[in-house]
Design a protein around this ligand. Structure first.
Ligand code: ABN
Length: 174
């Protein structure tokens, strides 16, 4: 058989093989298997965008500042100023910020880091009595008062009546 004959025979066989019904079925089957298997192997987002549906806030600062579950309140014992006409970082109008604060270390689930939070009481005419919150993460006994949340820090204010508590991020805990 000449070289040319040999070449044409091999080319014809290759074409016949790759266009046969069996080969077409094999290829179709491969694609079907790959189509089913690929989503199982690849890291596919199946959340449908609902991963944070139960949370508000931002992805880096998740949660509701009017809820005791909010991460920055991990060492609050009192009423939340965010429910009392103030915000998480500001006293309600007509109240006075305590001069002294206590600190806690809270874990932010939004970025996985621990933060130093300072808490201040707001002082005025009457307790707010909204959003009572008692969490004691990283709280220390009363002989370490600046890590203890059971003290009325309004004692030094012009009006010693406790109204509510705010929490301010001071830095990342190392
Ligand atoms: N620092 C919060 C607080 C205020 C009054 C009484 C107990 C605790």
């Amino acid at each position: 058989m000449s070289l040319i004959d040999h070449f044409f025979e091999r080319s014809s066989r290759r074409v016949a093989y790759s266009t046969s019904r069996r080969s077409a079925l094999f290829r179709l089957g491969s694609w079907a298997v790959a189509g089913v298997a690929l989503p199982l192997i690849l890291p596919v987002d199946r959340s449908g965008g609902n991963a944070h549906a139960a949370e508000n806030g931002t992805p880096g600062d998740p949660g509701d500042p009017t809820s005791c579950d909010y991460w920055r309140y991990c060492s609050v014992d009192g009423y939340l100023c965010a429910c009392c006409g103030g915000t998480i970082t500001s006293c309600p109008p007509g109240t006075e910020l305590s001069e002294v604060s206590w600190v806690g270390t809270c874990h932010n689930p939004g970025d996985g880091r621990d933060y130093i939070i300072s808490y201040n009481d707001c002082c005025g005419n009457k307790p707010c009595e909204q959003c009572a919150c008692n969490r004691n993460d990283s709280e220390q006994p009363g002989y370490r008062p600046f890590n203890n949340n059971d003290i009325n820090w309004c004692i030094g204010a012009s009006n010693p009546t406790y109204v509510c508590t705010i929490g301010v991020i001071r830095g990342v805990a190392s």
